[in-house]
Design a protein around this ligand. Structure first.
Ligand code: ZN
Length: 485
């Protein structure tokens, strides 16, 4: 057997001012054929797991290129076409192949391309023809379009949000692919449109129970190969935005359709109840200051670079400063210009610095302080599950009892190791202010005395009923009260 694999992924917040070019991919992950590191990045696990599976089976794995850019705004047309065409050329050169196993995200939008994954998959299908297996692992924060579903044999999505299971789901993907390639099964995909958009963290109820139920059904239902919830992505203004449920059966589309509909209607009944309650910045600061012990983790949930914002909002920090807060460590604020100034000044320097809030409206105002540059780290990294997330050249600055980590590659606050990377012990601070909606939970909950979810400013379009969509459908909840009527 000869199997081709490659990855091309980013998550596009079409409202974000941060345009994505080739350098944005190079800053996060851009590996040529065969050059992908041993450790996977979020959407590239099909490559590393594919190495294990093909070695075990005695199959030939032909690796194409792998590119991942951290979530931001629209991808430049030339960048998208260049990365896409490289993979398509590699596939043509690898022909004939028995299967194509891709790592995609599902919410990539480029200038002129509302549905990048549908475009890639249909071009792959054109190259390999109708009889060759084409499948992909994707992030549930994506748009499942008709074009994609028609072009591919099946998809497996991460089940967990935070996405702690991206390697496990790549194993599921390869397991189904391998059995199909051996002729043991015929995967058939059916989709149910839930006519809604919402946010579905799985670390809490009711989604925890729902995901556990999906996994139990996968084990117990005869002929069922895989179930996925495509959460949808409300910051992507594209025509087919919304939540879907996906069932893969061993050639039993009636069963798949019935199961997807049943689960999809259960999910619809949970709408509006899945998110943890959020407080505004004044209430968040009150609660953090009132805490008896630390570290109290305050999450700035809607300035999450993981959702494509800049990650430079200062609304919460300004509130803490106005109350005279000390013993606070901020991880992180994106400001490549301020980082450059700190590097020029050097460790130990005391400088007048303006930082933060330069990217977009609704992010607050820049902070002006006389700061001490405590530490400078080139190419800083933090842990994220089994992999590492780069956050670029970083500077630890200190003023008035407050520590701030400034970074130059946008990254959400996945893990407390972002502090230790700069020499700050996160457990030694009373308050940790971080930027993440949900991915932080798994690691930060292990050291937190308390977690406060704060909605401060709105760089991220987090209220779909009020968002000024131009392309997204408006016949779904919460844009309409009853989309089934
Ligand atoms: Zn996601």
């Amino acid at each position: 057997m000869r199997v081709f694999t490659a990855a091309l992924a980013t998550e596009t917040n079409t409202f974000s001012p941060i345009a994505v070019d080739k350098r944005a991919f190079e800053a996060s992950l851009h590996a040529g054929p065969g050059e992908h590191p041993a450790t996977p990045t979020l959407c590239t696990a099909p490559i590393t797991v594919g190495r294990e599976v093909c070695a075990r089976e005695g199959w030939t794995l032909i690796e194409g290129s792998a590119s991942w850019a951290d979530p931001a705004g629209l991808v430049a047309r030339t960048t998208y076409e260049e990365l896409r065409d490289a993979i398509l050329d590699q596939l043509r050169a690898a022909m004939p192949v028995d299967g194509v196993v891709l790592g995609l995200h599902g919410a990539m939008v480029a200038q002129g391309y509302d549905d990048c994954e549908g475009d890639i998959l249909s071009r792959v299908r054109d190259i390999v023809g109708p009889d060759i297996l084409v499948c992909a692992e994707l992030d549930p924060h994506s748009h499942l379009t008709k074009k994609r579903a028609e072009a591919a044999d099946f998809f497996v999505y991460f089940k967990e949000f935070p996405h702690t299971d991206f390697v496990d789901r790549a194993r599921d993907l390869w397991d189904i692919a391998a059995r199909a390639l051996k002729g043991e099964i015929k995967p058939v995909m059916t989709v149910f449109d839930c006519r809604m958009i919402d946010v579905f963290p799985t670390s809490r109820q009711p989604m925890r129970g729902f995901v556990d139920k999906l996994m139990a059904l996968e084990k117990s239902e005869p002929g069922l190969l895989s179930l996925s919830v495509v959460h949808g992505f409300m910051a992507g203004d594209v025509p087919e935005m919304g939540t879907k449920v996906l069932a893969i059966t061993d050639n039993d589309p009636e069963k798949g359709a019935a199961l997807a509909e049943k689960l999809g209607r259960e999910l619809y009944a949970m709408r509006g109840t899945t998110m943890v309650a959020q407080v505004d910045e004044k209430t968040a600061v009150d609660a953090a200051l009132a805490a008896k012990s630390g570290p109290v983790v305050v999450a700035d949930v809607w300035d999450n670079p993981g959702g494509g914002t800049a990650g430079d909002a200062t609304v919460l920090l300004a509130e803490f400063i106005s109350r005279g807060t000390t013993d606070l460590a901020v991880g992180t604020i994106w400001d490549p210009i301020a980082v450059q100034i700190c590097f020029a000044a050097g460790e130990g320097a005391e400088i007048q610095l303006r930082f933060g809030a330069k990217s977009a409206p609704d992010t607050g105002s820049p902070i002006d302080k006389r700061v001490t540059v405590k530490k400078l780290v080139r190419d800083a990294e933090m842990r994220f599950g089994e992999s590492f997330a780069p956050f670029g050249d970083a500077a630890w600055i200190h003023f008035d009892g407050i520590d701030v980590i400034l970074n130059s590659t946008r990254a959400q606050s996945f893990d407390p190791s972002l502090y230790s990377a700069l020499g700050i012990d996160p457990k030694s601070r009373k308050i940790l202010l971080i930027k993440s909606t949900n991915h932080f939970y798994d690691s930060f909950s292990k050291i937190a005395s308390e977690i406060i979810y704060c909605s401060a400013g709105k760089p991220y379009p987090n209220r779909p009923a009020e968002t000024n969509y131009r392309k997204a459908r408006k016949d779904i909840w919460p844009m309409v009260e009853n989309p089934w009527g």
